[in-house]
Design a protein around this ligand. Structure first.
Ligand code: F6R
Length: 613
């Protein structure tokens, strides 16, 4: 959601900015722009639509010269996607140019005052207010840094900002609060960016800015300040992963690549945490005394991460005997949750930057609950703010729709469940050992599901189903929770209207929607509930549904007595089955989306990192 790149160096800036923005496309955007200091002025070029439009407009960067500049991909919040609402925004007097990620909450009041002070506005954005506010103060002090500081002190909301001033052509200022921003230490210039892939071709030495941090830099100098305005030191962190990890590597889409990366991501997440037959979570500090005092666990997250929580409820309650409530982060703060020392708040987030999730975390902390975050991005805001963090080692996830992050989050839930259950004595040694063994085998089993012959079969099923307008996912117990994720995948990337229901609920309403040819994806992987789910399958078939089943390979023969098409997964420990069940659902949605001609990696209206509420 909005991407920022900035560069001050010796090379031509425009191609670097375009390249950096292309690496941030995964965040979702609807327009793009750059501003360079060029021949005595600040030159802005921006265009609605894909980055290609901007690139064509400035001839791949060759049409604008200059060695310092800022670039932006915008995901519209205030004002429709349009050329004029695109960033960068120039202040009325042409002195200041700004790119921004976040939301300025008091922009209307500020705008009113600035208009009274004689400033005029071109766009509907909150960002243009920042440009004019900085310029307003600059006209007084003629000091760029002072003006930025004064403006920041008046702004409420979230921001990562990159700013240029026409009178200080060698300097770029960046500041952040509640939106991600990193600084890159280059050998031939310095960078800012919303995320590492944007600058990884140029430098591996980065520093994550904390809330309130500001950096003032040129091509060969940088100074960092904290929120209080004191100069601070920042030590570079060395990025070890390769740019390939953020590129397609021969796959047609990032999503397909990331689906195929799941065995490795699972292995990287699980293996280091099982040592000598025990779950070892060195990174967290939940003592047996603390766990014994727990009355409840809230699992707080958005979207797919929330659906991990829905599966997690079954796993954690079954093994730890503590009530678990998954709750959407956007609802959490307003639901008056029961917080305090006896409530653990488990936060799940791939990006670690999701605004609602972060706000929920802060609320939980403020009300005295311990927070434990499962996060993929090291150094992200949620990782920094939580009391404890368990990282999923999924590597960078670029496709907007999550796959490997979901799987690794789920694997951490199993590890955590075993860790807690062990300390509480709520799991038998034999079951504990079985779960750990099954966890270690999980990557191999996912690999089997990803075998070419399986993928081809799912692809074939997708070819028989891709023209459906509606779909219903049904299942019982953990299958009902995995169905939520399968359904979300289909709607978000293939634009198929899709709902997920606990199969037993069908008769209480949704079955009235089943008619001739309706697609029903029926999950039946829980052996003790197989017959019950089969009855539900028969009920929808009797009303004309076109059923695609998903079950264990040991039920191959049985399922085919009732349905023609079935996706099969190997059996694992009951608790871990969702980790296998979800994989064919990801593949199915992927191929349905491809066959429907959708932009799989960048579905319409969606952003990878939702940094506004
Ligand atoms: C769906 C998807 C989203 C995210 C959600 C939370 O495929 O990716 O639903 O799961 O936006 O994002 P994070 O995990 O970054 O907090």
């Amino acid at each position: 959601m909005c991407g920022i790149v900035g560069y001050a160096g010796n090379a031509q800036a425009a191609p670097i900015l375009l390249d950096g923005l292309s690496k941030l496309e995964y965040r979702g955007y609807d327009s793009a722009g750059v501003c360079l200091y060029s021949e005595g002025t600040l030159k802005v070029a921006k265009a609605k639509g894909r980055l290609m439009n901007l690139s064509n407009m400035i001839d791949g960067g060759n049409a604008v010269s200059g060695t310092i500049g800022i670039g932006h991909t915008r995901w519209a919040t205030h004002g429709a996607p349009s050329d004029v609402n695109s960033h960068p925004h120039m202040a009325d007097g042409g002195k200041i140019v700004v790119v921004h990620n976040g939301i300025i909450e008091n922009y209307l009041q500020l705008k009113e005052r600035l208009i009274k002070a004689g400033k005029s506005f071109q766009s509907e954005t909150d960002t243009e207010v920042v440009a004019n506010l900085v310029e307003f103060y600059y006209e007084d002090s003629h000091d760029f840094l002072t003006a930025v500081r004064q403006a920041i002190s008046r702004i409420e909301g979230s921001y990562a900002l990159g700013l240029l001033c026409v009178d200080q052509p060698d300097t770029l200022i960046a500041v952040k609060k509640d939106s991600p921003l990193i600084f890159g230490f280059g050998s031939d210039g310095n960078f800012i960016a919303s995320d590492v892939p944007a600058i990884l071709s140029y430098t591996r030495e980065v520093s994550y800015l904390n809330d309130g941090d500001m950096v003032v830099f040129t091509k060969n100098s940088y100074r960092f300040y904290n929120a209080a305005g004191d100069e601070i030191e920042k030590t570079p962190e060395h990025i070890t992963w390769e740019i390939d990890a953020a590129e397609k590597g021969g796959y047609e889409h990032f999503m397909l690549k990331e689906i195929n990366e799941q065995p490795k991501a699972l292995r990287d997440t699980i293996s280091p945490r099982i040592k000598g037959g025990e779950v070892v979570l060195d990174d967290i500090k939940l003592t047996a005394d603390y766990l014994k005092g727990l009355k409840r666990i809230y699992v707080v997250a958005c979207g797919s991460a929330y659906y991990v929580g829905c599966v997690g409820k079954y796993i954690l309650e079954k093994t730890c005997r503590i009530p678990v409530e998954p709750i959407l982060a956007s609802e959490f703060r307003y639901a008056n949750p029961i917080l305090g020392e006896d409530t653990l708040v488990l936060i799940i987030s791939q990006s670690g930057e999701t605004a609602d999730t972060k706000s929920a975390l802060m609320e939980a902390k403020a009300q005295g609950s311990r927070t434990l975050a499962i996060v993929n991005v090291v150094g992200s805001a949620i990782a920094k703010a939580a009391d404890d963090v368990i990282y999923t080692w999924a590597g960078p996830e670029i496709a907007v729709a999550t796959t490997k992050a979901y799987s690794t989050q789920l694997s951490v839930i199993y590890l955590l469940a075993m860790y807690i259950a062990r300390q509480l004595g709520t799991v038998e040694q034999e079951e504990y050992a079985q779960v750990l063994r099954a966890l270690e085998e999980l990557p191999e089993q996912v690999m089997k599901i990803l075998a070419p012959e399986n993928i081809e079969q799912i692809q074939y099923y997708a070819s028989r189903c891709f023209s459906h307008k509606d779909a219903f996912f049904i299942g019982r117990n953990v299958d009902s929770a995995v169905g939520l994720e399968g359904s979300l995948k289909l709607k978000e990337i293939a634009y198929v209207h899709s709902e997920a229901y606990a199969a037993g609920e069908l008769k209480h309403g949704p079955i009235s929607l089943i008619e001739d040819g309706t697609l029903v994806v029926a999950l039946a992987t829980v052996p003790e509930l197989f017959d019950k789910t089969m009855s539900n399958i028969k009920e929808v078939r009797a009303r004309g549904a076109n059923v695609l089943a998903l079950t264990l390979d040991c039920f191959d023969e049985e399922i085919h007595k009732t349905v023609e098409r079935a996706m099969l997964v190997p059996q694992t420990h009951l608790l871990l089955q969702p980790s296998l069940t979800v994989v064919p659902l990801q593949i199915f949605s992927y191929y349905v989306a491809v066959m429907r001609g959708c932009d799989v990696d960048k579905p319409r209206n969606l952003a990878k990192s939702v940094t506004v509420e």
